[in-house]
Design a protein around this ligand. Structure first.
Ligand SMILES: *Cc1c(COP(=O)(O)O)cnc(C)c1O
Length: 382
């Protein structure tokens, strides 16, 4: 019944974990879910208010524009300029997305011919791989290892793969490893992409979720980046708006136009009322973002301290709401955590074979629940 393409899709790990979690809850277990990376904090009130007002205005009840309202694209450009010092032309260098996952899922359609290589990190956000498979491209996995600070080693990519590659996905601050990248890495990617004629897609979903005084850069800050790439960004993680489905693609106008052409033929844009709320988010007070980071930082400290005291070697991430920890066998570890302690963590192998040997904890639960989880793990004698 289903296409052969569907056979190539990896099982969506989170769906399987949800099943196991559901079973535990039915058995009456008080499950602590540190699995899926979805903020538990609410969307700030002024953004919700903006949506309510805009939703009541009949002007917003029609098909939106394909590219996003000009006012939304201008707000994105203004935010990029203030936050990163990157100048974007709203009409040609900014495109509204129905969440950045949507942009990531569609971009290979515009640039990848059947059999072309796409370079993506392993472990990595699963959509880079599945979108490549839908476009009938081939993934070349770039291993992320602790020795390399979880940055891909571009010199390790075979020359014939590099010349046949059409697209490279990068993502820093990184999900799932929580690693950050120096701007010098982005500069290397620009050179590599220019030498090999590759489109760069930097996924910057976590640029605002940073700690200890660290500020994450935009890929577009680097010299030459605008010539070779775009950045996918999103309001999801910054403003606790995962359910709203609003993001943006920014950068090279030809690449933006290619993605725009695909989207025009598939979707009809993001609800205008949500774009109005997005404008409020991007142009309004930003203390809500700093407050959220402080909350994540406290949770991170509790979890990292607890795990370290149990003897795990775990570093304290400078960004994202994930803690990435080395374990012997990621599937076995995650299964035992759920079985014996009612804690959901994501086995690293779900993000790629090089993720085996790690688990990912999402610190998207209250500090009390994280303390409770640490207490339960202590009793397990891991
Ligand atoms: C959450 C996430 C996204 C997707 O966010 P949207 O809600 O679709 O904007 C994209 N990339 C990474 C790495 C993520 O973790």
């Amino acid at each position: 019944m289903y296409s052969q393409r569907m056979d190539h899709l990896p099982p969506y790990l989170f769906a399987r974990i949800d099943e196991l979690k559901g079973e535990k809850i039915r058995q009456g277990v008080d499950v602590i879910d540190l699995g899926v990376g979805d903020p538990d904090l609410p969307t700030p009130e002024h953004i919700v208010d903006a949506l309510c007002t805009a939703a009541r205005d009949p002007k917003n009840h029609h098909y939106p524009s394909y590219t996003g309202m000009l006012a939304y694209r201008e707000a994105v450009a203004e935010w990029y300029s203030g936050r990163f010092g990157v100048d974007l032309a709203p009409k040609t260098e900014v495109l509204a997305l129905i969440g950045s996952k949507e942009g990531i899922a569609h971009i290979p359609e515009a640039f990848v011919n059947p059999g072309d290589y796409v370079l993506a990190a392993d472990p990595g956000y699963p959509v880079y791989k599945t979108s490549t498979l839908f476009a009938e491209g081939k993934i070349h996995a770039m291993p992320l290892t602790a020795e390399n600070g979880f940055l891909p080693v571009l010199d390790d990519i075979p020359a014939d793969v590099a010349t046949q590659a059409k697209l490279i996905f990068i993502n820093y601050p990184n999900n799932p490893t929580a690693a950050i990248a120096p701007k010098s890495f982005f500069a290397e990617v620009v050179d590599f992409a220019r030498d090999n004629g590759i489109v760069v897609v930097h996924d910057n979903a976590y640029s605002e979720i940073t700690f200890d005084g660290y500020t994450a850069p935009s890929f577009l800050e680097v010299d030459g980046a605008m010539e070779v790439g775009i950045e996918m960004h999103s309001l999801s993680k910054t403003y606790n708006m995962t359910g709203w489905r609003i993001g943006m693609a920014c950068g090279n106008p030809e690449i933006i136009a290619g993605l725009g052409r695909v989207k025009t033929n598939i979707d009809s844009g993001a609800f205008d009322a949500i774009q109005h709320a997005g404008i409020t988010a991007l142009t309004g007070p930003q203390d809500c973002v700093r407050d959220a980071c402080r909350i994540y930082e406290e949770r991170r400290d509790v979890l990292v301290k607890g795990l370290s005291e149990m003897g795990f070697e775990v570093s304290s991430p400078k960004a994202t709401f994930y803690v990435w920890m080395a374990v012997d066998d990621s599937m076995k570890f995650a299964a035992e955590l759920l079985d014996q302690a009612g804690i959901v963590a994501t086995p690293g192998v779900g993000f790629g074979t090089h993720g085996d040997g790690y688990v990912r904890f999402a610190i998207t639960r209250s500090v009390e629940r994280i303390e409770e989880a640490v207490g339960r793990m202590r009793e397990m004698n891991l």
